[in-house]
Ligand binder design. Structure first.
Ligand code: TPP
Ligand code: MG
Length: 571
């Protein structure tokens, strides 16, 4: 057996022992030893292998798989610019703490800097975006290597998964291979040492986890508290429970996993945007978690003010406080002196605080719904609302950056039977098709994605699934407003001379042709009622709705206005 093959077999076996179940690869020659080992592992039913043409799509597919499964996913590519195409997904994985094993094949040291074909500097290619980097060195026969390769796999797994004690995230192994890259057959000498791992299928290194007790911040109860939940994979249930005990409203972004329970509001963005209500309902205490970042009123709430602002850390060394307004950062909270609980001071404090927020939320939602229903036309906010309400229990919903995630945020009625994900770490519009496909593949139930047209086009290669590839049950619902609708809601829209070309970026692409090119079933929505008929189905499919950017911006302004008036009319 040659060294490259020996490495591929033992490294793959060790990753499987660690728990690896999903691998994505893009084709190339230098990565052959691992590609062949992964294909063999798939043949033996140990892993599921996904093959993509484009490394950027491959890495975002891995991101989606890892995000939905909460397990490290390996993604393999060849040397050269192939490796650079992983970078956007690496950044998103870093920012949103998604465990990825980035396996970039490379030429051995003696070929670097020589002008050899497809050689670039891949050492620490992703800079500080990875939890750990290792330049493995080309496999060779002796000194004994099996222990090194197996230990390396475990080390990478531990850093990616967070078992090494840090925050989960991406890990980069730059793997040099010398030829021969393929198994040599019978003529090759036997490998000089046993390649076996530990007995009983155990990993080479096991990591004890759960030994560090999380310090809790003791927080005395106050009536005027709010819980703000941003994007992220954290203990949302604990925050929902905290808000329930404390009598605080939950202002939860869709991808926080916290928009459920009786205190979760659905139209909170409208409430936050209503100045007079907020002036009368300034909280004394804000507890925020995850990465909030969907609107200016939400940023204003989290900005400097009089409130005590406790930020729940996303993990070791990571918390979100873009306004630098946090008064405390803590891994968890223990609420004390809650009225009605043993030992609490009973000063009859349970007043109208939560009721006021709920009432404002109710009237805002009713006013907005009435306006959306009255027009009878298929608008972006209505589509988002109806999609969020109509998809079946147990569905996964991937929300694209830009207006889709915001429209869902403004109109999603709390549900505890949905899993909502988004790439909100770096909030790119890149890789979204692939990330949604990856997440749908891991979800194992019906999946839907709400995407803008530019977002879909940005990752059109992600639609290219070869004939032998695992296919997701995913309905891509594309809001086609022929460009970046979000810019029509920003100050840039006031500069009509250049706006359309440099911000609006119309493309005129016929998405039905794109669907056809990739062999996807396609439906066009003409009116709101069409959505119900378009959602059922299996496999990867596309549903498109044509909307208008400027009209959408005007409608959103009218919705804010009608919601604010309804809130201010409360007696
Ligand atoms: C990779 C990347 N490039 C550029 C941006 C800036 N950006 C934010 S939203 C947006 C437009 C998105 O358009 P579309 O997907 O059609 O959604 P819409 O705004 O119409 O809802 C752009 C270009 C980004 N977030 N990520
Ligand atoms: Mg658009």
């Amino acid at each position: 057996m040659n060294p490259s093959t020996a490495f591929g077999i033992s490294f793959t076996d060790e990753l499987v022992r660690c728990g690896l179940r999903e691998v994505v690869l893009a084709p190339g020659s230098r990565s052959t030893p691992l590609a062949m080992a992964f294909a063999e592992a798939q043949r033996r039913g140990l892993i599921r292998l996904h093959v993509r043409i484009d490394e950027r799509s491959a890495s975002f597919t891995a991101l989606g798989l890892a995000k939905a499964s909460r397990l490290p996913v390996a993604v393999l590519c060849t040397s050269g610019t192939a490796a650079a195409n992983f970078h956007p997904a690496v950044i998103e994985a870093d920012e949103s703490a998604v465990p990825l094993l980035l396996l970039t094949a490379d030429r051995p040291a003696e070929m670097r800097g020589t002008g050899a074909n497809q050689v670039i500097d891949q050492v620490k290619l992703y800079g500080t975006a990875v939890r750990w980097f290792c330049e493995s060195g080309a496999p060779q026969a002796g000194p004994p290597m099996a222990g090194y390769w197996r230990s390396l796999a475990c080390q990478a797994w531990a850093h990616a998964s967070g078992q090494a004690g840090g925050l989960a995230g991406p890990v980069h192994l730059n793997l040099a291979f010398r030829e021969p890259l393929v198994p040599g057959g019978a003529g090759e000498p036997d490998w000089p040492e046993p390649l076996d791992g530990r007995p009983d299928g155990r990993p080479w290194t096991s990591f004890a986890s759960g030994h560090s007790r999380r310090a809790e911040l003791e927080l005395p109860w106050t009536e005027r508290g709010v819980v703000v939940c941003g994007d992220g994979d954290y203990d949302a249930a604990a925050l929902v429970e905290l808000a329930g005990r404390a009598g605080w409203p939950v202002l939860a972004e869709p991808s926080s996993g916290a928009r459920h329970g009786p205190n979760a509001l659905s139209a909170y963005q409208y409430v936050l945007g209503t100045h007079d209500f907020m002036a009368a309902h300034a909280p004394d205490l804000i507890v925020s978690a995850g990465r909030p970042g969907l609107s200016r009123p939400q940023s204003a709430l989290l900005g400097p003010g009089q409130a005590r602002h406790v930020v729940i850390a996303q993990g070791p060394g990571r918390w979100a406080d873009p306004q630098r307004a946090a008064t405390d950062v803590a891994p968890a909270i223990r609420l004390t002196a809650v009225p009605g609980s043993p030992g609490a001071r009973d000063d009859g404090a349970c007043g109208s605080w939560l009721a006021d927020w709920r009432r404002a939320d109710d009237v805002a939602r009713d006013a907005v719904n009435a306006m959306l229903d009255d027009s009878g036309t298929l608008t972006e906010p209505r589509l988002a609302r109806d999609l969020g309400a109509q998809i079946p229990a147990g569905s996964l919903l991937w929300t694209g950056s830009s207006l889709p995630v915001r429209d869902i945020d403004c109109h999603l009625v709390p549900r505890d039977d949905l899993r909502i994900l988004a790439s909100r770490g770096a909030s790119g519009i890149d890789g979204t098709t692939s990330a949604a496909i990856g997440a749908a593949l891991a979800h194992g139930g019906p999946a839907f994605a709400l995407l803008g047209d530019l977002t879909l086009l940005h990752d059109a290669p992600g639609l290219a699934l070869g004939p032998g590839e695992p296919r997701p049950d995913l309905c891509l619902v594309v809001v086609n407003n022929d460009g970046g609708g979000i810019f029509s809601t920003l100050e840039q829209a006031a500069f009509p001379g250049s706006f359309e070309r440099i911000f609006g970026t119309p493309h005129g692409a016929g998405l039905q042709h794109l669907a056809e090119a990739f062999g996807l079933p396609y439906q066009r929505l003409e009116q709101p009622a069409d959505l119900t008929k378009a959602l059922p189905g299996t496999g990867l499919r596309m549903v498109e709705a044509h909307t208008d950017r400027a009209a959408g911006a005007a409608l959103r302004a009218r919705l804010r206005d009608v919601a604010a008036r309804a809130i201010l009319a409360i007696r």
